[in-house]
Write a protein that binds this ligand. Structure first.
Ligand SMILES: [Zn+2]
Length: 123
């Protein structure tokens, strides 16, 4: 999933909250703004979930296109799932990420985006 359904500061704030790496396979981003093949995944798929930070995690495009709109447990139990670790370990990482407050990370994201030349009005 890509596009502008999330404000840029919220997207980067989520990336910072999640350590600039895919929560599922732990592949790190090497771009200051995470613009090298990363997106945001709905832990609970969009039709049953929401756009709150507690339902969103940083995700690489490989994991995102593998998971699609499946429930997390179903995806983790599927063959060729690229997530790293046991399902319990992945669930613990997701739980840790989604229960961490976004606010301070979003504040940092705004500073980083402004430093990269983004207009504060549009982030
Ligand atoms: Zn991944």
């Amino acid at each position: 999933m890509s596009g502008n359904w999330l404000r840029l500061s919220k997207r980067l704030g989520l990336y910072l909250r999640d350590g600039m790496a895919c929560v599922y396979c732990q592949r790190p981003s090497h771009h200051a703004l995470g613009q090298d093949g990363f997106s945001v995944d709905h832990v609970i798929p969009r039709d049953g979930g929401n756009n709150q930070a507690a339902n969103l995690v940083m995700c690489c495009t490989k994991c995102n296109s593998s998971k699609k709109d499946r429930d997390l447990e179903e995806w983790l139990g599927s063959p060729r799932c690229p997530a790293v670790g046991t399902p319990a370990e992945v669930l613990m990482r997701v739980l840790q990420a989604t229960t961490t407050p976004l606010k301070p990370h979003r504040k940092a994201a705004r500073l980083i985006l402004v430093a990269h030349g983004y207009d504060p009005k549009y982030i």
